[in-house]
Design a protein. Structure first.
Length: 240
């Protein structure tokens, strides 16, 4: 499975919008023809700082799965955490929780839990930054998460259902860490399969349109489309 279509960004070079690139036919969740999520470091050509993590059958379980390991750091994806999930995150070594929601969505409840369990809490109003196309601030937040992982921190990212915002932001963090589009997509599936299956290809391509020029490797389409999350029907932005 080649990933040569993700190349280092050339100075002054312009790329076509990801959403305008030709995509292969949509693949449903139930389809047996969807490519295997397992891969090796050689196949996806990960940079030295990243560790290739194969898809785990239990990736959809309630136990945190950390992917994107750099040194002792890593990232996991989850739904809105309650006390039980916070306990599991804490026990797994998580020391940073990122809430991609507004205060009116109950974000302050997560803040209180983080204070109780002595976990650093970061709040990002993701939809506001995304829909206003505030790429500078959004990318700066993505960079903060990547730097935390590089420094050895374990970061948990969530929204409401842990699907749309969580998948888009988590994907961007992996891309910022140096993952190609294929590697980031497959790692997303390893982290939380339900997120991978339901985030929607159009949302991932939307992140590429907004931040793609700022990532270490440029997305040009081609075979990399094969490994993107399946297409889904566009839903209301506030759904997850």
């Amino acid at each position: 499975m080649g990933c040569e279509s993700s190349k280092a960004l050339k100075p002054g070079a312009k790329r076509p919008a990801a959403s305008t690139l030709k995509s292969p036919p949509s693949v449903s969740q139930e389809s047996d023809s969807f490519p295997s999520p397992t891969y090796s470091e050689k196949e996806v050509n990960l940079p030295p700082i990243c560790e290739a993590i194969p898809c785990q059958e239990e990736s959809n379980s309630k136990n945190p799965v950390f992917v994107g390991k750099v040194a002792a750091g890593g990232m996991t994806l989850t739904h809105f955490p309650g006390r039980k999930m916070m306990e599991k995150l804490k026990d797994s070594g998580c020391d940073v929780v990122v809430t991609l929601q507004k205060d009116k969505e109950g974000a302050q409840k997560v803040k209180e839990l983080c204070q109780t369990y002595r976990v650093q809490w970061i709040q990002i109003d993701f939809w506001n930054l995304y829909h206003t196309k505030n790429s500078a601030v959004l990318h700066s937040q993505v960079t903060v998460m990547a730097d935390l992982i590089r420094s050895g921190r374990k970061v948990a990212i969530h929204c409401a259902a842990g699907i749309h915002r969580t998948g888009m932001f988590g994907y961007a963090v992996l891309r910022e860490l140096g993952y190609t589009t294929a590697a980031a997509s497959l790692s997303l599936r390893s982290l939380r399969e339900v997120t991978y299956l339901r985030v929607g290809r159009h949302r991932i391509l939307g992140m590429e349109d907004l931040l793609g020029d700022l990532f270490p490797f440029q997305f040009e389409g081609g075979e990399e489309h094969t490994y993107l999350p399946p297409s889904t029907e566009p839903l209301a932005a506030s759904a997850a």
